[in-house]
Design a protein around this ligand. Structure first.
Ligand code: SF4
Ligand code: FES
Length: 533
C-alpha cells in the first residue's frame, strides 16, 4: 500500500487514489466543493488545491493521483491563501441570505466561509440577482446561490443518464438551467438537492419547514420497494420532515429514489386511522383499543371452538417487520394450531427500472419492480413457522381446499396507499375479519374489529430485501394517539410481559435474524414508549 505524508502525518492510501480521497479516508479535512465520490472529477472549483513537495505549482488534490512517498501540505501558507481567494471569489455574487436559506446549518459555503472567508466583502458593485426558478415537480433552483460546482449537472448525465441540467452562459453570466420543456423530473431527481453543497437546489416539500439543526435522525430502510435502500428518517417533535440517503456501498450507494424520499408523507397523512372499532348491531362503533383487541381474540376463538382447527387465517402483510410477522404467526397458531398463514398482496410493476451511465453502460441505480419491502422476509418467516400456508394469488384463484373451511381471520395492511381495489376480492367479503391497518380503505370499512396500526417509521424491526439482505430499522416517531404498534399488540395477544423489543425477538427467531444488528452508533435512539392496551 502506498504511503504519503500529509501535513507531517504519514497515512496509508489505496493504489490509484487521488490525494483528496486519501485525505478524506484518513479524516484529514481538505475543503472541497465539486468533488463527489460518486461522480467524475472536473477539478473546477479549485478550493482543494494543495502544495506537493517538488511541484512548483499548487495542484488540485481531487484530481492528482498519489505517489508512494509523496509529501503534501494542505495548510501551507500558499494553500491557505488559495482557499481564501477562492472563497472571496465565490462569495462575490453569493447573497447573504443564510437566515432564510434552507441549507443553513449544512452548507459547505457557510462552513468554509467561517474558516477561510473574510468578514467584510471588498466587492462594491451590485451582486447578480436571479429569481427562484421552478425546475421540477419537487425542486426549486435559487441560481444566485449556485457556486457552479456542476455536481447536479454531472449527476443527471452520469447517474440517471437523463441530462436535464446544463450550464448556460459563461463567466459571471454562467447559470445552471434545464432544457426548454424538459423539467428535472426523473425518478432520482431529488438527489441533486443532497448533492448541492449550497442552498441553490432545494426540496419544495422541505422548503421553510424546519431549521436543520433542530432535526434528529434515525437509520431506516425504504418502505417503497424490495430494493432495501438505506435511509435516515429526520424528525422533530414527533413529525418526520424529510428522508435522506444513508450510504451503503452494496445497495443504494449515495442515492435514493424520489418514491423513497417522499414516503414519509403517508406517515404524516391527515387521514391516518386513530380509533379502534368493533362491529355492534351491524355497524362499526368506536371502542377502546383494549376492548377491540379482546373482541378480536374472542371472535377468533369462538370460530375455532365451533368449526375446529383450520378455520381461521392470518394474512401477513409484506410491509410487516419480520419480528411482527413471526409474533402474529405464533399468536394465531396458539388460537388455532392449523391456522392458515397467507402472504398478503405483493404489488409489482413487472420489471425493474435500471439507470445506466451513458458513458460506459455501467448500472448506477435500480428501482425494484416489487413495490413492497419485505415479501422475502415474510416468506422466510412463514417457512420457519411451517404449517398450512398460501399466497394471495392462491386466495384470488380460490382453488385451495383449505380456503373453503375458513370462517374468519386477522388481516394486516400497513400499505402506504390504498391497497384494496374497489371491486374487493370475494375472500375479504365473508367471515369474521380483524383488520389492522394505517389508512382507511374499503376493507377497514367492512372490518368486524378495526385496530389502528403503526407505520414503518413508527416502529423498530427488520426487512429482507430482494437479495436476501436483512436490515434493521428504528422508529423515528410514535404512532398517532389511538394507534398501537403491532409488536405491542401481539405481545398482549401472546400474554407476554413488557414491551415489544425487536432485538429480543430476532434472537428468539434464530438464524439468520439473530445475527442482524443495528448499524453501529445510530445518531439517536427513540425512547421506549409505554403502551397500555
Ligand atoms: S446548483 Fe448546486 S449542485 Fe448545481 S452547480 Fe450550483 S452549487 Fe453545484
Ligand atoms: S474539489 Fe478539487 S477542484 Fe473542486
Amino acid at each position: 500500500m502506498p504511503k504519503i505524508t500529509v501535513d507531517g502525518k504519514t497515512i496509508e492510501a489505496k493504489d490509484k487514489q487521488m490525494i483528496l480521497q486519501a485525505c478524506n479516508d484518513a479524516g484529514i479535512a481538505v475543503p472541497q466543493y465539486c468533488y463527489h465520490p460518486g461522480l467524475s472529477i472536473p477539478a473546477s472549483c479549485r478550493i482543494c488545491l494543495v502544495e506537493v513537495e517538488g511541484v512548483p505549482k499548487l495542484v488540485p488534490s481531487c484530481q492528482t493521483p498519489i505517489r508512494d512517498g509523496m509529501v503534501v501540505y494542505t495548510k501551507s501558507s500558499k494553500a491557505i491563501a488559495n482557499q481564501k481567494q477562492v472563497m472571496e471569489y465565490l462569495l462575490i455574487n453569493h447573497p447573504l441570505d443564510c437566515p432564510v436559506c434552507d441549507q443553513a446549518g449544512e452548507c459547505s459555503l457557510q462552513d468554509y466561509s467561517y474558516e477561510y472567508g473574510r468578514s467584510q466583502s471588498r466587492f462594491e458593485e451590485d451582486k447578480v440577482k436571479n429569481p427562484k426558478k421552478d425546475i421540477g415537480d419537487h425542486i426549486y433552483l435559487y441560481a444566485d446561490r449556485c457556486i457552479m460546482c456542476t455536481r447536479c449537472v454531472r449527476f443527471t448525465r452520469e447517474v440517471t443518464g437523463t441530462a436535464e441540467l446544463y450550464v448556460d452562459g459563461r463567466g459571471h453570466k454562467e447559470e445552471i438551467d434545464i432544457f426548454p420543456g424538459r423539467p428535472l423530473n426523473n425518478k432520482l431527481a431529488g438527489n441533486v438537492v443532497d448533492l448541492c453543497p449550497v442552498g441553490a437546489l432545494l426540496d419544495k416539500e422541505f422548503l421553510f419547514q424546519q431549521r436543520v439543526w433542530l432535526l434528529k435522525r434515525v437509520p431506516s430502510v425504504s418502505p417503497v420497494d424490495s430494493g432495501g435502500e438505506n435511509i435516515f428518517l429526520e424528525y422533530n417533535e414527533g413529525v418526520i420532515y424529510r428522508i435522506k440517503p444513508r450510504y451503503n456501498p452494496e445497495i443504494n450507494v449515495w442515492w435514493i429514489s424520489d418514491d423513497t424520499r417522499f414516503a414519509y408523507k403517508a406517515v404524516n397523512a391527515e387521514n391516518r386511522l386513530k380509533v379502534a372499532k368493533k362491529r355492534e348491531l351491524g355497524a362499526l362503533a368506536p371502542t377502546s383499543f383494549r376492548d377491540a383487541l379482546a373482541a378480536a381474540e374472542k371472535g377468533l376463538k369462538e370460530i375455532v371452538a365451533s368449526q375446529g382447527p383450520g378455520s381461521i387465517y392470518a394474512m401477513l402483510s409484506p410491509l410487516m417487520a419480520n419480528e411482527e410477522a413471526w409474533l402474529l404467526g405464533r399468536a394465531i397458531r396458539v388460537i388455532d394450531p392449523e391456522a392458515l398463514l397467507i402472504l398478503g398482496p405483493t404489488p409489482t410493476t413487472g420489471q425493474d427500472e435500471v439507470f445506466k451511465d451513458p458513458r460506459n453502460g455501467r448500472v448506477t441505480f435500480t428501482i425494484k419492480g416489487e413495490k413492497v419491502p419485505n415479501a422475502a422476509g415474510v416468506r422466510r418467516i412463514m417457512q420457519k413457522l411451517g404449517g398450512p400456508q398460501a399466497t394471495f394469488d392462491d386466495v384470488l384463484a380460490n382453488q385451495l381446499p383449505a380456503l373453503a373451511k375458513l370462517k374468519g381471520g386477522w388481516i394486516v395492511g400497513g400499505y402506504l396507499s390504498n391497497w384494496i381495489a374497489t371491486d374487493m376480492p370475494e375472500f375479504f367479503k365473508a367471515g369474521f375479519r380483524v383488520v389492522q391497518d394505517i389508512l382507511p380503505n374499503a376493507l377497514t370499512e367492512r372490518a368486524d374489529v378495526l385496530l389502528p396500526a403503526a407505520a414503518w417509521a413508527e416502529k423498530d424491526g427488520s426487512w429482507e430485501n430482494f437479495a436476501g439482505k436483512i436490515q434493521p430499522f428504528l422508529a423515528a416517531t410514535a404512532p398517532p394517539d389511538g394507534a398501537r404498534r403491532e409488536g405491542d399488540v401481539y405481545y398482549a395477544l401472546l400474554g407476554r410481559q413488557g414491551l415489544y423489543n425487536a432485538e429480543t425477538i430476532r434472537h428468539e427467531m434464530g438464524e439468520p435474524f439473530a445475527a442482524v444488528h443495528l448499524p453501529a452508533e445510530p445518531d439517536s435512539l427513540p425512547l421506549p414508549q409505554f403502551v397500555e392496551l
